[in-house]
Design a protein around this ligand. Structure first.
Ligand code: SF4
Length: 111
Protein backbone atom coordinates (compact mmCIF):
# COMPACT_ATOMS: atom_id res chain seq x y z
CA UNK A 1 0.00 0.00 0.00
CA UNK A 2 1.30 3.42 -0.90
CA UNK A 3 1.24 6.08 1.81
CA UNK A 4 0.10 9.61 0.95
CA UNK A 5 3.59 11.10 1.42
CA UNK A 6 5.06 8.76 -1.19
CA UNK A 7 3.16 10.46 -4.00
CA UNK A 8 4.60 13.94 -3.29
CA UNK A 9 7.39 13.71 -0.68
CA UNK A 10 8.50 17.33 -1.22
CA UNK A 11 5.18 18.58 0.16
CA UNK A 12 6.00 16.89 3.53
CA UNK A 13 9.19 18.93 3.80
CA UNK A 14 7.94 22.17 2.26
CA UNK A 15 8.31 25.50 4.07
CA UNK A 16 5.06 26.80 2.55
CA UNK A 17 2.28 26.91 5.13
CA UNK A 18 -0.36 25.69 2.66
CA UNK A 19 1.78 22.63 1.78
CA UNK A 20 2.29 21.84 5.46
CA UNK A 21 -1.47 22.08 6.04
CA UNK A 22 -2.17 19.76 3.09
CA UNK A 23 0.45 17.27 4.25
CA UNK A 24 -1.05 17.22 7.76
CA UNK A 25 -4.51 16.59 6.32
CA UNK A 26 -3.25 13.78 4.08
CA UNK A 27 -1.52 12.08 7.03
CA UNK A 28 -4.93 11.82 8.69
CA UNK A 29 -5.81 8.88 6.43
CA UNK A 30 -2.52 7.02 6.85
CA UNK A 31 -2.42 3.82 8.94
CA UNK A 32 1.21 4.57 9.94
CA UNK A 33 0.33 7.81 11.69
CA UNK A 34 1.27 6.78 15.26
CA UNK A 35 4.56 5.12 14.30
CA UNK A 36 5.44 8.01 12.04
CA UNK A 37 4.85 10.58 14.81
CA UNK A 38 7.29 8.60 17.02
CA UNK A 39 9.96 8.94 14.32
CA UNK A 40 9.26 12.65 13.89
CA UNK A 41 10.04 13.31 17.56
CA UNK A 42 13.76 13.13 16.68
CA UNK A 43 13.54 15.27 13.54
CA UNK A 44 13.85 18.99 12.97
CA UNK A 45 11.84 19.39 9.76
CA UNK A 46 8.86 17.94 7.95
CA UNK A 47 5.43 16.59 8.75
CA UNK A 48 5.35 13.25 10.57
CA UNK A 49 2.11 11.52 11.42
CA UNK A 50 0.19 14.72 10.80
CA UNK A 51 2.35 16.95 13.00
CA UNK A 52 5.52 18.98 12.84
CA UNK A 53 8.35 17.85 15.15
CA UNK A 54 7.64 20.81 17.47
CA UNK A 55 3.96 19.80 17.67
CA UNK A 56 4.93 16.20 18.41
CA UNK A 57 7.19 17.27 21.28
CA UNK A 58 4.53 19.61 22.62
CA UNK A 59 1.89 16.83 22.51
CA UNK A 60 4.27 14.48 24.36
CA UNK A 61 4.89 17.04 27.11
CA UNK A 62 1.13 17.57 27.44
CA UNK A 63 0.55 13.79 27.66
CA UNK A 64 3.19 13.43 30.39
CA UNK A 65 1.65 16.28 32.38
CA UNK A 66 -1.85 14.84 32.01
CA UNK A 67 -0.72 11.35 33.06
CA UNK A 68 1.04 12.74 36.11
CA UNK A 69 -2.04 14.76 37.04
CA UNK A 70 -4.26 11.66 36.66
CA UNK A 71 -1.84 9.73 38.89
CA UNK A 72 -1.87 12.53 41.48
CA UNK A 73 -5.67 12.52 41.54
CA UNK A 74 -5.63 8.74 42.02
CA UNK A 75 -3.03 9.05 44.81
CA UNK A 76 -5.05 11.74 46.60
CA UNK A 77 -8.21 9.60 46.41
CA UNK A 78 -6.46 6.47 47.69
CA UNK A 79 -4.87 8.41 50.58
CA UNK A 80 -8.27 9.93 51.44
CA UNK A 81 -9.69 6.40 51.54
CA UNK A 82 -6.92 5.41 53.98
CA UNK A 83 -4.60 3.42 51.70
CA UNK A 84 -1.01 3.10 52.92
CA UNK A 85 1.92 4.55 51.01
CA UNK A 86 3.17 1.02 50.34
CA UNK A 87 -0.22 -0.06 48.94
CA UNK A 88 -0.39 2.96 46.62
CA UNK A 89 3.22 2.47 45.50
CA UNK A 90 2.46 -1.18 44.72
CA UNK A 91 -0.67 -0.32 42.74
CA UNK A 92 1.08 2.36 40.66
CA UNK A 93 4.26 0.32 40.22
CA UNK A 94 6.36 3.08 41.80
CA UNK A 95 9.23 2.71 44.29
CA UNK A 96 8.00 3.67 47.77
CA UNK A 97 10.60 6.48 48.00
CA UNK A 98 9.40 8.02 44.71
CA UNK A 99 5.83 7.97 45.93
CA UNK A 100 6.82 9.45 49.31
CA UNK A 101 8.62 12.31 47.54
CA UNK A 102 5.58 12.95 45.36
CA UNK A 103 3.25 12.89 48.35
CA UNK A 104 5.39 15.56 50.02
CA UNK A 105 4.92 17.77 46.95
CA UNK A 106 1.16 17.29 46.91
CA UNK A 107 -0.71 19.61 49.22
CA UNK A 108 -1.77 18.25 52.55
CA UNK A 109 -0.47 14.74 52.00
CA UNK A 110 2.42 13.92 54.29
CA UNK A 111 3.99 10.52 53.67
S1 SF4 B 1 1.72 9.44 8.60
FE1 SF4 B 1 3.86 9.30 7.97
S2 SF4 B 1 3.90 7.65 6.45
FE2 SF4 B 1 1.80 8.32 6.68
S3 SF4 B 1 1.49 9.90 5.12
FE3 SF4 B 1 2.06 10.96 7.00
S4 SF4 B 1 4.26 11.19 6.84
FE4 SF4 B 1 3.67 9.61 5.36
Amino acid sequence: MQHPCESDPDMWFSEKAEDVTQAKEACGFCPLRAECAELGDNEEFGVWGGMTPAEIRSAKRFRVIMLEEMNNTHIRRMRAEGASVSAIARELGLPRKTLSDRLRRLTGLAA
